[in-house]
Design a protein around this ligand. Sequence first.
Ligand code: FES
Length: 150
Amino acid sequence: MLEEANLGVGQVAKRCGVRVSTLHFYESLGLIKSLRNQGNQRRYMREVLRRISVIKAAQKMGVSLEEVKAAFAKLPDSRTPTKDDWQQLSRYWQKGLDQKIAYLEKLRDSLDGCIGCGCLSMKSCPIYNPEDKLGDDNSGAVLLERSTTG
Ligand code: FES
């Protein structure tokens, strides 16, 4: 297998447009693997290029490295994602991205009154009391307390 692992860390970094330290970080998280040659230098299989491409694409979609790791772990034999795998993963992650966008749009629209206000009132500011959930019983501070104490 070492014969197939013929890419050095500098080559991989250059081809993927990432720093060597990023590769070390990905490896420390278990996202990529390397082998060591007789001189104890890292050597990568060619498939690492695809893995890194998937990691970078996922990050651009707002997916955390922990989520990427969990997704990789579900692939049979922890294989490098195939084209079909990527199609499925990207569709799944796109749903999450759509949900985040919808949430942020809703938040932005609800903050019109906050722009230039500065009150940060726990009673009436939508940052603390989104959708005025406790507006009827006037207990916005209770909502904040519940959200921070679990
Ligand atoms: S800061 Fe005043 S309503 Fe949000």
